[in-house]
Design a protein around this ligand. Structure first.
Ligand code: ADP
Ligand code: ADP
Ligand code: SF4
Ligand code: SF4
Length: 589
């Protein structure tokens, strides 16, 4: 079975020399019609039945607009929805089970939202043909676990509730005070309980548009929890939250499933997904072209297969390399040279005061910065970047610093290529940078786009790239994982590590994603205090000491997965959790 997908946003027949694909296609040249021209819409159409899959058009198209893939025949019956001719195709759906949290992991653009819209009854799947009724969908899923689900959906017996992905858009759509919003949502009489659990009491009288990202996220989760529904979908519940809040939200969502509800979640922080889910589906394919939901897998096994890049039951390799984690706590390169010894720094904003103890940074190391939201991490990084002036102390060094802020501005009216080539054009041609950074982050695909038209995730990838190709001694990256999907997080982690190791440079990275922290860090810097009031930045220390100090304040212990070495949060109160807390070993056992 062959599918051909054309990204019509990229296709530009005037700029490729007038339908280059049609002219080079061997089938067309022999008088056949694998590619025809839709004159009305001025675009090419690939007729899958006539195309031989030679791939010539794919390579010749200057805008990489064409994807041709051969897929196993057995997938054909699993074809759930196709948005149109030569458009995105979705194969198979995740299971939905009462009393269970079903986790979904995979890159963006592979059909997760499409699947959820179908399960929520908002999109009638066309079954890759011209289906126009739910009865046909029920028939197509006969014998499948979803058959009864679709029967109930058709009979309007299922009420879905969705916590959307982009919570930052909520203030545009919803006005008013948090209290009123949550009171209106409360169908189960649990207002006080949910408000306290999600620590929202002190923002109840604020307007929605006065909330920080982490506060809006928790309000959106609260609003979903307060509904009385059958099926709950949480799309990226961890964005903007710190580690303690992420695990807390995970526990609250788990409780919802334990009370008998069906829960589905997409989550790109693998430690959170692991903690949250009973089973997982890996979605694989090619973003924008096609997506396939794997069989349901046990959470541990599913995440491990994902990290390996190989799905055993499906016999599919979807990534050429594996991700492995070092299990030891002493990766730090103590022998290396000192980059800088910085002094004690204080920033006093009036309402908030940060005191950073003096510390040392070495060449060739990656130090991650951890701590709750509102504790001064960004303030510290800004002082090192020279963006904020310390109230006490001085940043009096001669170092070249490259800084990626947490919130990225996109007001450039130029293309991504122009922006990046102005920073360092030679790096865009270097094989090392292509292999380690540009290709894994799919930057070349964005070269022709205008910077001010990029989506959140695209902008983040460009900003990280812009920071990393700049020639500097010290790289400061504030929350590089925000807006990135799980595959991109792994790619960014690898790029940061490899670039610093190879070039002997130093990076400081503010991060909440535990797997990313684990993968990239040689040492760690812990921030403590009272969020919003005062913060104290401890000097960088070894991973064991730093993680113990930090996780003791969060109250969570981690163990290692024996196969991949990845950290896994222990369930609260489990034997391991209690033993590790007694020993004071929160992270390395
Ligand atoms: P995910 O949630 O995994 O990011 P989506 O389900 O939102 O993926 O989208 C998968 C792909 O389907 C997108 O890359 C897009 O190309 C395509 N798509 C989504 N909605 C439409 C639509 N209404 N018409 C055509 N294509 C669409
Ligand atoms: P973190 O990065 O740990 O989330 P931040 O450094 O962003 O924390 O903020 C720490 C505290 O400082 C917050 O309470 C924030 O409101 C406050 N703050 C940040 N910038 C300013 C500023 N320019 N003026 C006044 N207060 C600020
Ligand atoms: Fe030209 Fe590529 Fe569009 Fe074909 S798909 S018309 S080669 S831009
Ligand atoms: Fe023609 Fe080959 Fe492209 Fe198919 S893959 S449309 S046969 S050039």
């Amino acid at each position: 079975m062959r599918i051909a997908v054309i990204d019509y946003e990229k296709c530009n027949p005037d700029k490729c020399g007038h339908f280059l694909c049609e002219r080079v296609c061997p089938v067309n040249r022999m008088g056949g019609e694998a590619i025809i021209i839709d004159e009305e819409n001025y675009r090419p159409i690939i007729q899958e039945a006539s195309c031989t899959g030679c791939g010539i058009c794919v390579h010749k198209c200057p805008f990489n607009a064409i994807t041709i893939v051969n897929l196993p025949e057995e997938l054909e019956e699993g074809c759930v929805h196709r948005y149109g001719v030569n458009a995105f195709v979705l194969y198979r759906l995740p299971v939905v089970k009462e009393g269970m949290v079903v986790g979904i992991l995979g890159p963006n653009g592979t059909g997760k939202t499409t699947a959820v819209k179908i399960l929520a009854g908002q999109l009638l799947p066309n079954l890759c043909g011209d289906n126009d009724s739910w009865d046909n969908v029920i028939r197509a899923f006969r014998g499948n676990e979803l058959q009864t689900y679709f029967e109930r959906l058709k009979n309007k017996e299922i009420r879905p509730v969705v916590k959307p992905q982009y919570v930052d858009l909520i203030p545009k759509a919803v006005k008013g005070k948090v209290r009123d919003l949550l009171k209106r949502a409360d169908e189960i009489g649990a207002f006080d309980e949910v408000v306290d659990e999600l620590e929202l009491r002190n923002v109840l009288d604020r307007n929605i548009d006065q909330l920080s990202g982490g506060e809006i996220q928790r309000v959106a989760i609260a609003a979903a929890l307060l509904r009385n529904a059958h099926f709950y979908f949480f799309d990226e519940p961890s964005s903007y939250l710190d580690i303690r809040q992420r695990l807390k939200v995970a526990r609250i969502i788990r409780k919802l499933a334990d009370s008998g509800k069906a829960v589905l979640t997409v989550e790109h922080d693998l430690a959170v997904l692991d903690y949250l889910s009973d089973i997982v589906h890996v979605v694989y394919g090619k973003p924008g072209a096609y997506g396939i939901f794997s069989q349901p897998k046990g959470t541990r096994n599913g995440i491990n297969e994902f990290l390996r890049g190989y799905l055993r039951d499906e016999n599919v390799r979807f990534r050429p390399y594996e991700i492995r984690f070092t299990k030891s706590s002493d990766r730090q390169s103590q022998a290396s040279e000192i980059l800088v010894e910085y002094q004690r720094l204080v920033k006093d904003y009036g309402g908030f005061r940060l005191e950073a103890e003096p510390g040392t940074l070495y060449m060739g190391e990656v130090v991650s910065i951890v701590g709750p939201n509102g504790i001064g991490k960004t303030t510290f990084v800004k002082m090192l970047a020279g963006v904020e002036k310390p109230t006490e102390g001085e940043v009096d060094w001669e170092l070249k610093v490259s800084y990626k802020p947490q919130y990225i501005k996109a007001d450039y009216e130029e293309t991504v290529y122009d922006l990046l080539s102005k920073i360092d054009a030679s790096k865009l041609l270097s094989n090392f940078y292509k292999t380690e950074l540009l290709n894994p982050l799919s930057i070349p695909d964005l070269y022709d786009k205008q910077v001010n038209e990029l989506s959140g995730g695209e902008l983040q990838r460009v900003a990280i790239t812009a920071a990393l190709i700049r020639d500097a001694d010290l790289y400061l990256l504030d929350e590089p994982s925000a807006y990135l999907d799980v595959e991109q997080r792994l790619a960014v982690s690898r790029a940061i590590r490899h670039l610093m190791e190879k070039e002997g440079k130093t990076a400081l990275v503010v991060e909440h994603d535990v797997l990313m922290i684990d993968y990239i860090s040689d040492r760690i810097m812990v921030f403590e205090g009272e969020p919003g009031k005062y913060g104290k930045a401890l000097p960088p220390t070894g991973m064991r000491e730093g993680m113990n100090r930090f996780l003791a304040s969060v109250g969570v212990t981690f163990r290692r997965d024996p196969d991949t070495g990845r950290p896994r949060a222990n369930k609260e109160g489990s034997v391991k959790d209690r033993e590790q807390k007694e020993m004071g070993e929160y992270y390395y056992v």
